[in-house]
Design a protein around this ligand. Sequence first.
Ligand SMILES: *[C@@H]1O[C@H](CO)[C@@H](O)[C@H](O)[C@H]1NC(C)=O
Ligand SMILES: *[C@@H]1O[C@H](CO)[C@@H](O)[C@H](O)[C@H]1NC(C)=O
Ligand SMILES: *[C@@H]1O[C@H](CO)[C@@H](O)[C@H](O)[C@H]1NC(C)=O
Ligand SMILES: *[C@@H]1O[C@H](CO)[C@@H](O)[C@H](O)[C@H]1NC(C)=O
Ligand SMILES: *[C@@H]1O[C@H](CO)[C@@H](O)[C@H](O)[C@H]1NC(C)=O
Ligand SMILES: *[C@@H]1O[C@H](CO)[C@@H](O)[C@H](O)[C@H]1NC(C)=O
Length: 346
Amino acid sequence: MSEVKMLASSPMLLLLLSLLMAFFFDTTAGQIGVCFGQMGDNLPKPPEVVAMFKKYNISRMRMYGNNTEALEALRGSNIEFILDVPNPYLKRFADSPAEAKAWVQDYVQKYNGDVIFKYISVGNEVKPGEQGDVLFQAMQNIEKAISEAGLRNIKVSTTTYMGAFTETYPPSNGRFNATFLNFLQPVIRFLAEKQSPLLVNIYTYFGYIDNSTNITLDFALFKPSKDEFKDNNNQLDYKNLFDANLDSVYAALDKLGGGSLEVVVSESGWPAQGGEEASEGNAGTYINNLIQHVKKGSPRRPDKAIETYIFAMFDENLKPNEDPFERYFGLFNATTRDPKYSVTFN
Ligand SMILES: *[C@@H]1O[C@H](CO)[C@@H](O)[C@H](O)[C@H]1NC(C)=O
Ligand SMILES: *[C@@H]1O[C@H](CO)[C@@H](O)[C@H](O)[C@H]1NC(C)=O
Ligand SMILES: *[C@@H]1O[C@H](CO)[C@@H](O)[C@H](O)[C@H]1NC(C)=O
Ligand SMILES: *[C@@H]1O[C@H](CO)[C@@H](O)[C@H](O)[C@H]1NC(C)=O
Ligand SMILES: *[C@@H]1O[C@H](CO)[C@@H](O)[C@H](O)[C@H]1NC(C)=O
Ligand SMILES: *[C@@H]1O[C@H](CO)[C@@H](O)[C@H](O)[C@H]1NC(C)=O
């Protein structure tokens, strides 16, 4: 008792302790995750994939559904983990708290302790319409199941994307598209109340190809460019499209009273083939610059590392092929298991 008191009253020790904690939080926040998408028929089995995560020091993973083989492989791995509730299950879990509870028992509670669940993402890029209409209820039922199971350190959220936002130029003008806001407004309130982050997929690749007449490739790749600008509403300087996109999300949240929310970048990447400016060279440049960049914050949140997940571990040859580049976001060649280009993760 007296020892504890002495420790707590020693200013030097307190200082050391807080420095140590700041260091701890900074380094983990800057660590990179990778999304393990599985829409391919040539992918290594989950145990080998987990071994690759360890080999390359990738300390976080996002996975898009309740794959039991992968959950088993993650046991004891120390990899922090985002598990998605796939969009097709949203209606079922919104309609039935019992089914939501069973899913949490079978795929979260059963592994908790051996697998470090960080977030459950209820849905990915949910659109207005049938799935948007049931999203909030599904999130509430999953959250209730998580909390009843005593798993309160696991945050329940959802993943949205830049398509849900409008007027993102300059970033301070950013707001939610009204059609998305209809179903996301209660979600934002819920996240603020639970102090859970909003997950957002941010691809400067799409921003660039949709607007390549007005945006340079360099601006999308974190290179010095003529597109760097000052946001005249708040005097913040933007040196790349990633920060501009991220801060337009923060501006949109601020306008809804969600200014306290943290944004986690739940996907970001660049294709190595199949589209305009899709090449291994550009992908390698983007990914390596991204990893360095997110160790710092964006202009609106300058002192905070940006928790970021790279899309994706492998190319996925079973993805829909309307945009051929969709299949070529992989960091690693699924056949040789070698990186397509050199990357240092953590
Ligand atoms: C992984 O991290 C360890 C220790 O931090 C380091 O020795 C090793 O070189 C890293 N491996 C890779 C592939 O970066
Ligand atoms: C995932 O969960 C759903 C809903 O509970 C279930 O129907 C499905 O069989 C599960 N998938 C796997 C691979 O276990
Ligand atoms: C908002 O989203 C809807 C549905 O995706 C879309 O049709 C509409 O064009 C968007 N509006 C704006 C202003 O971006
Ligand atoms: C590019 O800029 C021009 C001139 O400001 C504008 O008319 C055009 O709509 C912009 N293109 C896109 C895709 O936003
Ligand atoms: C395209 O980029 C310019 C900035 O160079 C921006 O003013 C415009 O709003 C962008 N268009 C779209 C559709 O995002
Ligand atoms: C992966 O490696 C195999 C074997 O070397 C090669 O044939 C294939 O083209 C590579 N795939 C990609 C996408 O680079």
